[in-house]
Design a protein around this ligand. Structure first.
Ligand SMILES: O=c1ccn([C@@H]2O[C@H](COP(=O)(O)O)[C@@H](O)[C@H]2O)c(=O)[nH]1
Length: 304
């Protein structure tokens, strides 16, 4: 996954990840009306709205970006139909050649982690294998330590998948736990050291591990320090745009080759039409394309 990701970023000259995090209020009225007429006021109608919304965005942006990151929470709240929409979104993005990062933030004891790892390991039924979720990588929470991570590492090695583990998250409250000092070292640095060590178990061929780190764009100094501390760890960087992170803040996150990170924006891209009133809502996906181009140009200005 990590080497494929590097190739894709170089091909499109863009580290932008489009966060496919639809909400009901983001769906344009013409899609809402169609699905409400066909399926009534039901979770199935919302699932169909999300599928159509996502596919139209993917069709407009897939040639510009390396990857998408659907956030499972947005889908899961609608039950089985929501999960179907998540899976269909992952499958469609993959069919367009995109790397799919499932933002699922799992973490549990080893036996349960082994089941969660089915997201990237697939599942066996007798002698049949199913890769149900179609994710190339997933996000994990490291709070429970290595035994909650290990089953996923096996899947990375066997199936060339990837992980992004929370190290310094973008949200304002991240400091409550992640910045606490242990023998003078913040917990996010300790986590970074563990993630680097775990990463040695699944190295790609081009200097980066299949285990990456989540580092928020909203933490300029910490991100810059973590880049030096974790030279073989790729960063998934959320927090650009809607959460206030800027390209200027990210200068120190890149490696010496202008690589080493992918930058996610969800609301800023998929709901762009609601801010830019020059777009008719029928052209919502074109507004997303314009937002991706603006973000690409913005990031290219600081990639070095
Ligand atoms: O530290 C983190 C980890 C994950 N996220 C996720 O990224 C997107 C951000 O959405 P925006 O609309 O671009 O703010 C969302 O899925 C979060 O769950 C994060 O923001 N910070």
């Amino acid at each position: 996954m990590i080497d494929r990701l590097l190739t894709k970023i170089k091909t499109v000259e863009n580290p932008t990840v489009v966060g496919l995090d639809p909400t009901y209020s983001m769906i344009p009225n013409f899609i809402k009306q169609e699905m409400l007429e066909r399926f009534g006021k039901t979770p199935k109608a919302v699932a169909e709205m999300f599928i159509k919304f996502n596919k139209m965005i993917i069709d407009e942006v897939y040639d510009l970006i390396p990857s998408v990151k659907p956030q499972i929470a947005m889908y899961e709240q609608y039950g089985l139909e929501g999960l179907r929409a998540y899976m269909e979104t992952c499958e469609y993005a993959k069919s367009k050649g995109l790397i799919v990062i499932g933002d699922i933030k799992r973490g549990d004891i080893a036996s349960t982690a082994a089941a969660y790892a089915g997201h990237i390991a697939g599942v066996e039924v007798e002698d049949e294998h199913f890769d149900l979720w179609q994710e190339d990588a997933v996000t994990l929470n490291p709070y429970m330590g290595f035994d909650g991570i290990e089953p996923f590492i096996d899947a990375c090695n066997k199936n060339d998948k990837g992980l992004f583990i929370l190290v310094k998250t973008s949200n304002p409250s991240s400091s409550e736990i992640q910045d606490l000092l242990v023998d003078g070292t913040p917990i996010y640095d300790r986590t970074a050291d563990l993630v680097s060590k775990w990463g040695e178990l699944t190295m790609g061929d081009r200097g980066y591990s299949r285990i990456g780190a989540v580092v928020g764009a909203t933490h300029k100094e910490q991100g810059t320090e973590l880049r030096a501390r974790m030279p073989h760890t790729f960063f998934l960087v959320p927090g650009y745009g809607a959460q206030g992170g800027t390209s200027e803040d990210l200068k120190g996150f890149f490696d010496k080759d202008g690589l080493g990170i992918i930058v996610n924006s969800s609301r800023g891209i998929i709901a762009a039409y609601q801010k830019d009133k020059t777009f008719d809502e029928k052209d919502f996906a074109k507004a997303s394309r314009q937002a991706v181009i603006a973000m690409r140009n913005d990031l290219q200005g600081v990639m070095g």
